[in-house]
Write a protein that binds this ligand. Structure first.
Ligand code: TXA
Ligand code: MG
Length: 350
């Protein structure tokens, strides 16, 4: 039952009000619209309409126990869908909203279980992207939106990525150009005694601590064995898996480069994820530069697009340098490790 998918270019500075109204009308009628946010593109539906939210699962092929994030445009909306937001949440909102932070609260009755994957808690985010904010207002104020990829593929950072995955499945995609950040929002659980980060993102643990004092990483995120399960249901699924086998190579840069070079010399169709600092030193293979180590944001913003490019190039193996820094590196490595199915090799011990 393929439908015609309309791809509409929206100028952030001079938004076409008629296009935004049309998109809002689709949402209020229970339909789906894909739209840009500052993190990744989202696939939106009316969060308070159970049937509408269910369409998201169908379009993405997403497991129905994986809850959706509700996007809002103002603080009044928060009070209408959550039970008593704690003071720490209000402080975090003042510091980071609108922006790439999602917070988990106890939900009110009006939020359907179909939106929260059967949980009594709800994830809420106030995005900063102007197109997203206008769409939320036009769409009724509460937009459930996961990343707009087919389940298991890298999150979309351009409208073209969304089109690749959603053409024929949804009526409309708003094209606001490439996103700014390129990794999904930081998720913080505020239903426990102290804030717990369930998914690392642009807002780092240190940034959270600077506002709330205490805060920690979910044990399920940092555990190397699989005995501790991550608390965000979505974090347990293998995401972003490129078609090729992906391996992360750790160790002193000198040894990393020579290990990857040796591997690529014997492997016909191999890909390499490198940085500005090392790009000239790889001799073989499909070498892609992800950004500069001097600017972690550049690395974050190119990761998902590069994983998609390797699928097109049909490489059989991908070797990636490691990006394990305390800041944004936590989020970059979290996504890269998921893409690699946790395949990591330390070449310093060889
Ligand atoms: O940046 C983002 O957050 C993007 C843009 C579109 O806003 N959205 C996004 O949504 O990444 P999605 O559905 O791809 O990821 C949502 C994550 C999943 O891992 C899900 O399990 C978790 O949030 N989540 C949602 N509600 C939750 C809840 N009540 N408790 C725990 N985890 C929850
Ligand atoms: Mg996602």
């Amino acid at each position: 039952m393929a439908m015609q998918t309309e791809l509409i270019k929206i100028e952030r500075e001079h938004m076409s009000l008629s296009a935004m109204k049309r998109a809002g009308k689709i949402l209020r009628a229970g339909g789906l619209v894909a739209f840009p946010t500052e993190t990744v593109y989202g696939l939106g539906a009316d969060a308070l309409n159970e049937e509408a939210a269910q369409k998201i699962y169908a379009a993405k092929g997403r497991p129905s126990d994986n809850p959706l994030i509700v996007h809002i445009a103002d603080m009044e909306a928060l009070d209408r869908i959550v039970e008593q937001a704690p003071e720490t949440a209000k402080a975090l909102a003042r510091a980071f909203w609108p922006g790439p932070l999602t917070m988990i609260f106890h939900k009110k009755e009006c939020v359907p279980m179909g939106t929260t994957g059967g949980l009594s808690t709800v994830a809420v985010r106030m995005p900063s992207d102007e197109i997203a904010r206008e769409l939320i207002r036009q769409g009724g104020g509460y937009i459930a939106a996961p990343s707009a990829n087919v389940s298991g593929r890298p999150s979309p950072t351009t409208a073209q990525h969304v089109y690749e995955d959603m053409n024929g499945r949804i009526p409309m995609i708003l094209d606001g150009g490439p996103v700014q950040i390129g990794l999904e929002s930081t998720i913080v659980d505020l239903t426990e005694e102290h804030p717990v980060i369930l998914r690392p993102g642009y807002i780092t643990l240190d940034m959270i601590r600077s506002v709330t004092g205490e805060a920690e990483m979910d044990k399920g995120l940092i555990a190397d064995d699989s005995s501790v399960h991550p608390k965000a249901p979505g974090m347990k699924y293998r995401h972003y898996a490129p078609k090729a086998d992906l391996q992360i190579v750790e160790g002193p840069m000198e040894q990393v480069v020579s290990y990857i070079n040796r591997q690529c010399a014997v492997f016909g169709k191999a890909g390499v994820i490198c940085t500005e600092e090392t790009r000239g030193r790889y001799l073989n293979g499909d070498v892609k530069c992800i950004g500069s180590r001097k600017d972690e944001r550049s690395i974050a913003s190119h990761l998902f697009a590069i994983l998609r490019e390797f699928d097109e190039d049909q490489v059989e193996r991908i070797y990636s340098e490691s990006f394990d820094t305390p800041g944004l590196g936590q989020a970059i490595m979290n996504r890269l490790l998921k893409a690699a199915g946790h395949q990591k090799i330390d070449v310093s011990v060889r």
